[in-house]
Design a binder for this molecule. Sequence first.
Ligand SMILES: C[S@@+](CC[C@H](N)C(=O)[O-])C[C@H]1O[C@@H](n2cnc3c(N)ncnc32)[C@H](O)[C@@H]1O
Length: 292
Amino acid sequence: MTESHQPTVFSSTAAMETSWKKGELSSIDPFNLKEINFTIRQPEASEMFPPEEAQLYIDGCDYETSCDDLLLAIEIANDFGDLSQMTILDAMCGPGRLGRELLSFGAGSVTFHDGAEIMINHAKKQTAKKELIDSQQINFIQSLIDQIPLPDNQFDLIAVHNSTHQLKSFEKLVTVTNELTRLLKPGGTLLIADYQRNTSQNFLASLEERLFHTKPDIVLLLIPTFEAAFSITEFQQAFNLAPQLHNCSVINACLPEMTPEMLERVDQDPVKGHVLDFSPISLRAIAQKEIV
Ligand SMILES: C[S@@+](CC[C@H](N)C(=O)[O-])C[C@H]1O[C@@H](n2cnc3c(N)ncnc32)[C@H](O)[C@@H]1O
């Protein structure tokens, strides 16, 4: 899938770009963002995709040059340094690209988790193609996100990428936060990287820019994702309700620092939207499990 086609609704690209640079929504408002009530969450129709939509998701997202999960893996590698001693859960992994990128960065152990059989099968097939070093361990687990059949205290890092917006309610986010915290080792880190719902000018201008660089048919799917996403405040509240989590921070996403080689790989992705996701349209909710 390529998102490189631009919608034809724009009469003046230059005017749009000037607005984004100032962090303002353009006066043209071609996506009618001013009409959307981002104050109230509108959940997605269902948490898990029906099988045919899951296959479309895989076909659309898991292409050779995608930099979407690469960018998050770079962010994680910049934050944690040596990943070789780390046990990592890629929760709600979908096609499993984040876990595979982390293996490329030398992660010692990656467990791929998803509720959908089609996703886990795809992740297994793709991971089997990777060259690994002997010490690297890989596991796959298919289960609901709030009932992961693993013992407590397993992981140094649990990463959840662009998936929590699928959850049906705030109460489910709280349940999932508690379940993932259970699986963290004491001192381990929960990292939720997802889109956010916001009403700020910065958010609306960044969202407009993202949609401008998105294929028109994808725009129709992407806008509801932002209506379903949790806000920074909702993540702060969910994390505060998890008794064992501390050092919580919920912040806007931004592009990680990259080496020239990394930048070259990122530039190969024809979908500019992935880079634009590392902006105020996304958030990072990060916390650690207490050491008792
Ligand atoms: C939007 S996809 C994102 C996948 C992947 N992390 C990525 O960034 O491409 C959301 C994933 O969460 C999974 N999922 C949604 N609800 C779930 C649940 N309640 N339990 C387990 N997995 C779930 C879906 O099957 C899907 O693969």
